[in-house]
Write a protein that binds this ligand. Structure first.
Ligand code: CA
Ligand code: CA
Ligand code: CA
Length: 433
């Protein structure tokens, strides 16, 4: 055999093998790597504005079947390569992208800061006080239908107008929200600005300290009937507080009830010192008003979503119906955060009740002149307890936060006499650290 010929065959075979290998390479499937997906992240992460689209457009190998899965709080918000998403709520978010191709799967995390647009200072001529009452519904209680007074024919609208007459425009009249969950919703002629590091508004009420607590070492108390404060920024500018625009101000017990100075004292006295989020109570309309004293103790039945039930009783001081008369259905269900019970009978004989002061962050809990009756809008939290940085507030809701009967004093009920925009009034109070 001619060796040269053999060599040529070997060469041919070899080159054929090389050719074969090359074509093999061409058919080899695409294998996704972490680096194939490129998202250009601005320095400091993505920033988005509330109610405006955030767009993220990754670069990725075209012509390959890659699956994209965008997640926000473990919920799928897109399955397309490009993300377009509108956040309705300000705050810090973590966005998760998972890309998958065959067996390969990679995840990426992006920080998104969602901010509101800036709020201007209040315009010239704006008033520091309440100019609108959007809703008012006291729970059951001895001042229901009295503060303000209900008259036959009154409707929700006329009751709202009476509330505005009482607590609007610096009139400093008084309304009572009565038992747990009773509420009022008010508005202003401008947005109360959230000034950084400062308290922004004050809820005026009638809280006072007791002069004669039998225990001289007791913490400050007296008539502190805390109302939980909610705030809404009109992010979509429709002139009303939408459900997803409300946030709760996290007062001291929202953070930790055990830091209240009277916590152990109240616990020892048999108070329920827990804080319940998503608390719900239902009051049933009485079939009729009691015809004799015997019926006072079983006047209005209630039950809550914690397995408790009982009666709201009638007393000799207030003869009118304790169920809101303009409210037409047979039961009244009110919801919110239920605060620790702060009322203790310090006499031990049922005749000297002291309602102890929470540290800060509630209405009708602190005297009006004290710094801790003032609120920093930056204390707002969402329903997951996360801080929300609102630029300002257009609406404020206050509801009675404690469900407790305090002997002859009656139920713990938040009273309100007004709201003040501290910036318009030139009142400068630092936030709490
Ligand atoms: Ca502030
Ligand atoms: Ca709105
Ligand atoms: Ca009060």
């Amino acid at each position: 055999m001619n060796f040269r010929f053999l060599n040529s065959i070997v060469l041919l075979l070899l080159s054929g093998a090389v050719l074969l290998m090359t074509s093999c390479d061409k058919d080899e499937p695409f294998v996704l790597t972490q680096e194939d997906i490129i998202v250009k992240v601005p320095e400091g992460g993505f920033t988005a504005k509330v109610n405006q689209l955030l767009r993220i457009t990754p670069e990725y190998p075209a012509n390959e079947a890659i699956d994209f899965l965008w997640l926000l709080n473990e919920e799928v918000i897109a399955t397309t390569p490009n993300l377009e998403y509108m956040f309705e709520i300000g705050g810090d978010y973590k966005l998760n992208l998972t890309v998958t191709h065959d067996q390969q799967s990679f995840s990426y995390e992006y920080a998104v800061k969602v901010i509101f647009e800036e709020v201007e200072d209040a315009p010239e001529g704006a008033t520091a006080y309440i100019t609108k009452v959007l809703d008012f519904l006291p729970a059951v209680g001895q001042f229901t239908n009295k503060l303000p007074a209900y008259k036959d024919g009154d409707t929700q609208e006329t009751m709202n107008a009476k509330v505005l007459e009482a607590i609007g425009n610096n009139n400093k009249g008084m309304i009572s929200l009565e038992g747990f969950g009773g509420y009022v919703v008010v508005g202003f002629d401008h947005t109360i600005k959230n000034v950084e590091g400062k308290r922004d508004f004050r809820v005026l009420a009638n809280a006072f300290y007791a002069a004669a607590n039998p225990d001289p070492n007791a913490p400050i108390g007296g008539s502190c009937e805390p109302g939980v404060i909610m705030v809404a920024y009109d992010a979509n500018k429709d002139g009303i507080p939408n459900d997803n625009e409300w946030y709760e101000i996290a007062g001291s017990s929202h953070i930790d009830p055990s830091q209240e100075l009277w916590y152990q004292r109240a616990k020892d006295a048999g108070c329920n010192v827990n804080l319940y989020r998503n608390y719900e109570i239902t009051y049933h309309r009485p079939q009729k008003e009691p015809s004799s004293r015997d019926e006072w103790s079983t006047y209005i039945s209630w039950e809550d979503n914690q397995g408790n039930k009982g009666y709201k009783v009638k007393n000799q001081y207030h003869a009118q119906s304790y169920f809101p008369q303009w409210f037409t259905t047979d039961k009244l269900t009110l919801k919110g955060t239920c605060l620790p019970q702060n009322g203790i009978d310090e006499s031990g004989k049922g005749n000297y009740f002291v309602l102890y002061k929470f540290l800060y962050g509630y209405a009708d809990n602190e005297t009006n002149a004290a710094d801790d009756s003032a609120i920093d809008i930056s204390w707002a939290i969402n329903n997951m307890g996360q801080n929300v940085e609102l630029p300002g507030v257009d609406f404020i809701k206050i509801y009675t936060g404690v469900n407790q009967e305090n002997g002859w004093l009656g139920e713990c009920s938040t009273e309100i006499t007004g709201v003040e925009d501290l910036h318009i009034l030139g009142v400068d109070i630092d936030t709490r650290k």
